[in-house]
Design a protein around this ligand. Structure first.
Ligand SMILES: *[C@@H]1O[C@H](CO)[C@@H](O)[C@H](O)[C@H]1NC(C)=O
Ligand SMILES: *[C@@H]1O[C@H](CO)[C@@H](O)[C@H](O)[C@H]1NC(C)=O
Ligand SMILES: *[C@@H]1O[C@H](CO)[C@@H](O)[C@H](O)[C@H]1NC(C)=O
Ligand SMILES: *[C@@H]1O[C@H](CO)[C@@H](O)[C@H](O)[C@H]1NC(C)=O
Ligand SMILES: *[C@@H]1O[C@H](CO)[C@@H](O)[C@H](O)[C@H]1NC(C)=O
Ligand SMILES: *[C@@H]1O[C@H](CO)[C@@H](O)[C@H](O)[C@H]1NC(C)=O
Ligand SMILES: *[C@@H]1O[C@H](CO)[C@@H](O)[C@H](O)[C@H]1NC(C)=O
Ligand SMILES: [Cu+2]
Length: 574
C-alpha cells in the first residue's frame, strides 16, 4: 500500500508542478494515463427501506456503492476485502479486460470467489473505451445490493462527440427486496418455483414517493431553467427490464453500454438489466418539480412481477413564490408494451459507419429460453414449479451448470480435466418451430458445463433466438470480454434465407448486453480478438441461476500480444 501512496503523491506533485508553471497546453498534448487505487470492503450495513431495517451487503458501507471515475487509458487497482459472510467476486461490467480474464470476476468462470476474510486485487487498464459502465457482484444474488457506477471519460485531449454538460448524474435503477435476497434465491433453488418478486424499484438506492416510509429520502436533482444535464442511466435491477421516462421532458440518447450513438430524441427508454443509456435533458419546461420514473417492461406470460413504480424528482431551482411543489407525474408505457420497447431499440445506431465483420467464420445459432424439469415425485417440496416441476433455462437445450470446485479459466489455463467440456453445440440439437406451440416433450433441457472454442481473430455471428417454451420472453443477453455489433432483429423465427438481407452492416449500434425480443431473434457480430474464458448469459439473475448461460473459450493467437497474461499470484484459491 505504501508504494501506492508514494507513487500517487509523486504523480500528484508532478501534476501540481506542471499546472503551477502554467504548462497545461503541454499536459494536454501529452496526457499521462493515471492509476487509480481503491479499497473495496465488502461488508454488511444496516439500511432502512420501506419502514424496515435490513443488514444489506455493501461496498464500504455505501448503497449504491462508490462511483469509479476514470479516463480511457487509465488503470484501476481495486483491492477487494471480503468482510461479509458470503463468498463474493466482483465484475467490471462492459470492461473488455483484454488478455486479462483474471480481472473479469464471474465466480467459477474466471476465478473462484473471495472467501469470507479473504481479499483479491483486481488490476486492469481501460483500453479504447469511454462512457458509462458499472460494476457489480458476480456471485449468487449479491449484486442485488453490491453495485456502483463506472464512468470512463475520454482521454484528456479528446472531446466528447456532443457538447458535454457541466452537470451529470449517474442514475442507478435497482430492485429492493424486503428480505435478504440471498434467502430469496436459496428458497427458489430449493422449491424449484420462480423466486419471489422484489418489493420496490429504486433510483440510486431510494424507492421514491410512491412507497411507504420513503418520501423523505426520494432522490432529487436540482437544475437551473434552460440548462442541459447528462443522465447516465444504469439498469442494475436483478431481474427486471424497465421503462424510464421524465415528466414533460424529452431525452436525447447519446450513448448506450459505453458506445456513442447517433443522437435521437425520445419520451421513454427501455433498459434491460446490465445495460446503460446516456441521455441529455434540457430543463426547457416551466419551473416546477417533475418526476423521473421507472417501472417494469414485463414480457413473461402468467408470471408474477413487481408492478410498482420508482420515482426521483427533477426540481427546477428558483421556483416562483407560491408554486405548488407537488411533482408532475411521468407517463410510462403499459408493462407489456413491446411496440414501444421495440421502437426505442430500433432507433439505436452508431454515430458513423463502423467496420462490421462481413466475412463470417463462425455462424452460430443459439436458442435461448426457459424450460421445466419433470420430477419423479411432483408433490415433493422441491417441485413447486408449474404442475409439480422445477424451473430451468438453457441455451441450445444445454442448461449451464457452474463448476463447484474450480473456475473454467483456471482449469483451461492449467489443463485441469473434468471441470468443463468444450462441446457446446453451435446450433440447437433439434429444429422446431421455436416461437410456435412447442411440443411438451421438448421442454426439458439437458444439464452441462459446456464451452464453445473460438480461434483467435475469428469473426463470429450469433443469432439469439427466443423460444416459447414455458413462455416467450425478452432475455437481456450479456457477453463478457467483448462488445458486439447488433446487426438485426425481428419477431418470430429467424429466417437464414431472407433476414440477413435486412441486416444493418453500415452503422449498427455497439453493445455488451442485448435484449432478445420476446418471441423473436437478434443477430450480433464480433471479432474474437480477446483470448480467455468469457461467459455469455441472461442478465435476469433468476434465469442465470436456472442455467441460461454458456462460455466462449477464445484461444490464444500467435502474436506476443495475443495471449492471456499469467494469472496474478493472489488469485483466490479454489
Ligand atoms: C465458499 O466457497 C467454497 C468453495 O469455493 C465453499 O466450500 C464454501 O462453502 C463457500 N462458503 C460460503 C459461506 O458459501
Ligand atoms: C416468498 O413469499 C412467500 C409468500 O409471500 C413467503 O411466504 C416467503 O417467506 C417468501 N420467501 C422468502 C425467502 O422470503
Ligand atoms: C400489481 O399487482 C398486484 C398483485 O400482484 C395487483 O393486486 C395490482 O392490482 C397490480 N397493480 C397494477 C397497477 O397493475
Ligand atoms: C399444467 O397442467 C394444466 C392441466 O393439465 C395445463 O392446462 C397447463 O397448461 C399445465 N401448465 C404447464 C406450465 O405445463
Ligand atoms: C399445442 O399443441 C398441442 C399438441 O401438440 C395441442 O394439444 C394444443 O391444443 C396446441 N395448442 C395451441 C394453442 O395450439
Ligand atoms: C414431462 O412431463 C410432461 C407432462 O407430464 C410430459 O409431456 C413430458 O414428455 C415429460 N418430459 C420428459 C422429458 O419426460
Ligand atoms: C433437449 O434434450 C433433452 C434430453 O436430451 C430432450 O429430451 C429434449 O427433447 C431436448 N429438447 C430440445 C428442444 O431440443
Ligand atoms: Cu432471461
Amino acid at each position: 500500500m505504501e508504494e501506492f501512496v508514494n507513487l500517487k503523491s509523486s504523480i500528484c506533485s508532478f501534476f501540481l508542478l506542471i499546472s503551477l508553471l502554467g504548462f497545461l497546453p503541454l499536459l494536454s498534448a501529452f496526457p499521462l494515463p493515471k492509476t487509480h487505487y481503491h479499497q473495496f470492503i465488502v461488508q454488511p450495513k444496516p439500511v432502512k427501506r420501506l419502514c424496515k431495517v435490513h443488514n444489506i451487503i455493501t461496498v464500504n458501507g455505501q448503497f449504491p456503492g462508490p462511483t469509479l471515475a476514470v479516463r480511457d487509458g487509465d488503470s484501476l487497482v481495486i483491492k477487494v476485502v471480503n468482510a461479509a459472510r458470503y463468498n463474493v467476486s466482483l465484475h467490471w461490467h462492459g470492461i473488455r479486460q483484454l488478455r486479462n480474464p483474471w480481472a473479469d470476476g464471474p465466480e467459477f468462470i474466471t476465478q473462484c470467489s473471495i472467501k469470507p476474510g479473504g481479499s483479491y486485487t483486481y488490476r486492469f487498464t481501460i483500453e479504447g473505451q469511454e462512457g458509462t459502465l458499472w460494476w457489480h457482484a458476480h456471485s449468487r444474488w449479491l449484486r442485488a445490493t453490491v453495485y456502483g457506477a463506472l464512468i470512463i471519460y475520454p482521454k484528456l485531449a479528446s472531446p466528447h462527440p456532443f457538447v458535454m454538460p457541466k452537470k451529470e448524474f449517474p442514475l442507478l435503477l435497482g430492485e429492493w427486496f424486503d428480505r435478504d435476497p440471498i434467502s430469496v434465491l436459496r428458497q427458489a433453488l430449493f422449491t424449484g418455483a420462480a423466486p419471489n418478486v422484489s418489493d420496490a424499484y429504486t433510483i440510486n438506492g431510494q424507492p421514491g414517493d410512491f412507497y411507504i416510509c420513503s418520501k423523505k429520502e426520494t432522490m432529487r436533482l436540482a437544475v437551473n431553467s434552460g440548462e442541459t444535464i447528462l443522465l447516465r442511466i444504469i439498469n442494475s435491477a436483478l431481474n427486471q427490464e424497465l421503462f424510464f421516462s421524465i415528466a414533460n421532458h424529452q431525452m436525447t440518447v447519446v450513448a448506450v453500454d459505453a458506445a456513442y450513438t447517433k443522437p435521437f430524441a425520445t419520451n421513454v427508454i427501455m433498459i434491460g438489466p446490465g445495460q446503460t443509456t446516456d441521455v441529455l435533458v434540457t430543463a426547457n419546461q416551466p419551473p416546477a418539480y417533475y418526476y423521473m420514473a421507472a417501472t417494469a417492461y414485463n414480457t413473461a406470460q402468467n408470471a408474477p412481477f413487481d408492478n410498482t413504480t420508482t420515482t426521483a424528482i427533477l426540481q427546477y431551482n428558483n421556483l416562483p413564490p407560491q408554486q405548488n411543489p407537488r411533482p408532475i407525474l411521468a407517463q410510462l408505457p403499459n408493462f407489456n408494451d413491446t411496440p414501444t420497447a421495440t421502437r426505442f431499440t430500433d432507433q439505436l445506431r452508431s454515430p458513423h459507419r463502423v467496420s462490421v465483420p462481413l466475412h463470417i467464420d463462425e455462424n452460430l445459432f443459439f436458442t435461448v429460453g426457459l424450460g421445466l424439469n419433470n420430477c419423479t415425485n411432483p408433490n415433493s417440496p422441491r417441485c413447486q414449479g408449474p404442475n409439480g416441476t422445477r424451473f430451468t433455462a438453457s441455451i441450445n437445450n444445454v442448461s449451464f451448470v457452474f463448476p463447484k470446485s474450480n473456475s473454467i479459466m483456471q482449469a483451461y489455463y492449467q489443463g485441469v480435466p473434468g471441470v468443463f467440456t468444450a462441446d457446446f453445440p453451435p446450433f440447437p440439437p433439434l429444429q422446431f418451430d421455436y416461437t410456435g406451440n412447442v411440443s411438451r416433450g421438448l421442454w426439458q433441457p439437458r444439464r452441462g458445463t459446456k464451452a464453445y472454442k473460438l480461434k483467435y481473430g475469428s469473426s463470429v455471428q450469433i443469432v439469439l433466438q427466443d423460444t416459447s417454451i414455458v413462455t416467450p420472453e425478452n432475455h437481456p443477453m450479456h457477453l463478457h470480454g467483448y462488445h458486439f455489433y447488433v446487426v438485426g432483429s425481428g419477431f418470430g423465427n429467424f429466417n437464414p434465407r431472407t433476414d440477413p438481407a435486412r441486416f444493418n452492416l453500415i452503422d449498427p449500434p455497439v453493445r455488451n448486453t442485448i435484449g432478445t425480443p420476446t418471441g423473436g431473434w437478434v443477430a450480433i457480430r464480433f471479432i474474437a480478438d480477446n483470448p480467455g474464458a468469457w461467459l455469455m448469459h441472461c442478465h435476469i439473475d433468476s434465469h442465470l441461476a436456472w442455467g441460461l448461460a454458456m462460455v466462449f473459450l477464445v484461444e490464444n493467437g500467435e502474436g506476443e500480444m495475443q495471449s492471456v497474461i499469467p494469472p496474478p499470484p493472489d488469485l483466490p484459491p479454489c
